[in-house]
Design a protein around this ligand. Sequence first.
Ligand code: CDP
Ligand code: CDP
Length: 227
Amino acid sequence: MKRFAVAVDGPAGSGKSTVAKAVAKRLGIIYVDTGAMYRGVAYDCIQKGVDCSDEKAVLLLLEEIHLEIQPTQEGQRIFLENQDITEKIRTQQIGQGASEVAKIQSVRQKLGDIQRAMANQNSVVMDGRDIGTYVLPQAEVKIYMDAGVDERAMRRMGELKAKGEKPDFEVVRKEIIQRDENDMNRQHNPLRKAKDAVYIDTTKMSIEESVDKILTIVQEKLGEVWV
Ligand code: CDP
Ligand code: CDP
């Protein structure tokens, strides 16, 4: 069977990772969460006291970094120097740090090369910000997932509450807007819908509806019965 790639891009909270992971499981192929790699670099910076926006210092750290990505049945695990950091990188602070290191071109090049190598070896569902536009411009299926900012902030609130936190809606909403600003306006590979990507507004969609919609698109594009 020929390898294929499903690229899923979109802003924070649009539902990419939840939906992409479920789509990969249904298709029986691996899920690659590229955001986790940027978070891994930010985590390393924060641990070592490096400012995520200090390009020179981040580049020095990048020369030494040992990040490993392991696809699993449940999604993906990420290791930094053999330490499993999959859960540790899921904080707001590391999310903001990730969007700072993501502005640096050499960071994008290095992580983009790792992502491309993974897609050269396996069929993948890969989510991020620049997958359809830069990492895998030849992907067979491209999806751009979006949702209104209030809905995305509500989703983030739900996640934080589930962790026992007491988030403030306005603070969470401002962080989402700040992240959109960083991701859409950075100089290198900003978040954009690829011309040939299918736009899906998930504001009023359930996770299951989004998964079904993408599976239908995959089926149409690949012209075979996968699901
Ligand atoms: O990866 P991304 O930041 O785009 O979003 P996510 O982490 O997949 O989704 C953020 C949160 O929204 C998760 O808790 C999802 O369960 C939830 N979600 C939702 O309630 N409805 C959707 N249609 C999609 C996601
Ligand atoms: O899950 P969430 O949408 O909050 O973010 P993420 O996918 O974990 O990505 C964290 C940050 O990494 C994003 O805000 C982007 O700035 C950056 N990123 C990127 O620049 N390019 C990618 N392919 C993936 C993530």
